[in-house]
Design a protein around this ligand. Structure first.
Ligand SMILES: Cc1ncc(COP(=O)(O)O)c(C=O)c1O
Length: 354
């Protein structure tokens, strides 16, 4: 096999994340066909076991696409070109709502929040009360800044104004608690390469009853969720199932739900975030940090990109910032198969490069 330069290095990024040994082994081990009763059994179990992660009784969809595909699927199934939506743009991923909406001719307004700042809830409420928006789109965790958004408060404001809450939970679902039904979230989207600890390439989403009933006027073929659900209810996906991912997901969900326990699993991520933060001297960039990752401000005069490169030479792959934060922050993930020792060593490697 070829030697790749990243071999032997510990992946400490906020997605993709390091995969558990059992996932890696299952990816190499199981070859099967998706249209078989044996595989249908696994698929059905995975559909059931996704629900506690979303904390919902609703159907959870699995699509072969990256997280952005999940967001696109959410939009083309619930939004209409006849009604404006409102998006919170508080970072690189917050910007994406507008880009997606433009591609489909969906009218929208944005609340632009300076990167890393808290979301001005009064302003969101004011906007939603002043105009009959169809949906409010926001991240649960804005990965470019490491910020955790006030998902519950935003969902509450949406309920007050009968607005759909569409949540990009790609770096949050499975890492922080997002009780979809309890909080009344209408759409939640996750990504395989984050807290699900799989390779990049699958997205998971769930829609509330209300969101399922929305009639979008946007044409879609692959992302037609009604057709997808019909196939899922027959024990299959509409098109070829990424069987390797689904089997690995079956293993991950069994571990998280049955061996560790979901609450313990979330607690473990929060504890790992704390261990890392206790061992590094750089301050957190966002006002309110998510447990999924630490986004750290780099002191003036130092280059985040250089620090990232030096840390990589020491065996730990981390990332610097994006766009306006490119050389100003470094980011380290807390999801995936990493333990406290990995995080302490990463912190020490960072410290030695300052
Ligand atoms: C919050 C958030 N939204 C959307 C995306 C896009 O996901 P993908 O790159 O899987 O399409 C990411 C990826 O890191 C993300 O962190």
């Amino acid at each position: 096999m070829a030697n790749y330069p990243f071999e032997g290095k510990k992946l400490m990024t906020p997605g993709p994340v390091p995969m558990p040994e059992a996932v890696k082994q299952s990816l190499a081990r199981y070859e099967c066909h998706h249209r078989t009763p044996e595989f249908a059994e696994i698929l059905e179990r995975v559909f059931v076991n996704l629900k506690p992660v979303f904390q919902t009784k609703q159907h959870c969809y699995m699509l072969a696409a990256t997280g952005t595909g999940g967001l696109e699927a959410a939009m083309v199934n619930t939004l209409s070109t006849q009604k404006k939506s409102l998006f919170i743009n508080a970072g690189k991923f917050g910007e994406r709502w507008g880009k997606l909406a433009k591609a489909y001719g969906l009218p929208f307004d944005e609340i632009v929040v300076p990167w890393g700042e808290d979301i001005p809830l009064d302003k969101v409420r004011e906007k939603l009360q002043a105009y009959d928006y169809q949906a409010l789109g926001f991240q649960a965790c804005e990965t470019s800044t490491g910020a955790l958004l006030p998902v519950r408060d935003l969902a509450q404001i949406c309920q007050e104004t009968d607005t759909l809450s569409v949540v990009d939970g790609i770096t949050a679902l499975g890492a922080v608690s997002l009780p979809m039904d309890d909080w009344g979230l209408d759409v939640v989207v996750g990504g395989s390469q984050k807290a699900f600890m799989l390779p990049t390439g699958m997205t998971f989403l769930s829609l509330s009853e209300k969101a399922e009933q929305e009639q979008s006027d946007i044409p879609s073929y692959y992302f037609n969720l009604a057709a997808e659900k019909k196939a899922n209810q027959e024990g299959k996906t509409r098109y070829s199932t990424p069987t390797h991912f689904v089997i690995a997901l079956d293993i991950v969900l069994d571990d998280i739900l049955n061996r560790v326990g979901f609450a313990e699993h979330l607690k473990g991520i929060a504890e790992k975030a704390q261990v890392f933060r206790d061992n590094v001297s750089l301050p957190l960039f966002p006002k309110t940090a998510s447990a999924s990752l630490s986004c750290l401000s780099v002191p003036a005069g130092l280059s985040a990109v250089e620090i990232k490169n030096k840390v990589s030479k020491k065996g730990f792959i981390i990332v610097a910032g994006q766009d306006q934060l490119q050389d100003k922050v470094i980011r380290v993930g807390h999801m995936g198969a990493m333990d406290s020792e990995d995080l302490i060593q990463t912190a020490q490697a960072i410290e030695s490069c300052l």
